[in-house]
Design a protein around this ligand. Structure first.
Ligand SMILES: [Zn+2]
Length: 116
């Protein structure tokens, strides 16, 4: 296990979607580089406060959304392709806050790579 409550305080260990967490474990294995999760579950208010939306995937419970810190293009390539290989159907690139987003929110468009 790469992700634990001790090493990953930004994962909400009560609300995290366990299937998505398993996919994140697989992606981390494929990428071969450290994944620093900076966000998982958020309340609608919190999500809006940090530039998201009240109904974005971070507000799902259980929550399949993760933001992974990423500041350079070589790491971004590894993270994005590992997330895709692990089965995440929704991946977002955020170059303002330097992270890669992924989620499995079935109520939103599937097999998309978006900019956020
Ligand atoms: Zn996100």
């Amino acid at each position: 296990m790469y992700f634990t409550p001790q090493t990953d305080p930004h994962i909400d260990w009560v609300r995290v979607d366990r299937n998505a967490l398993q996919m994140l474990e697989k992606a981390r294995e494929i990428a071969g580089i450290a994944f620093i999760v900076t966000s998982n579950y958020r309340t609608p208010e919190h999500s809006e406060a940090v530039g998201g939306f009240a109904t974005d995937a971070h507000t799902q419970n259980p929550c399949s959304a993760f933001d992974i810190a990423c500041a350079d293009s070589a790491s971004r390539w590894k993270i994005v392709f590992a997330l895709k290989e692990a089965g995440f159907p929704r991946i977002g690139i955020n170059t303002k806050n330097n992270h890669v987003h992924c989620d499995c929110d079935a109520t939103k468009p599937q097999f998309v790579l978006f900019e956020e």
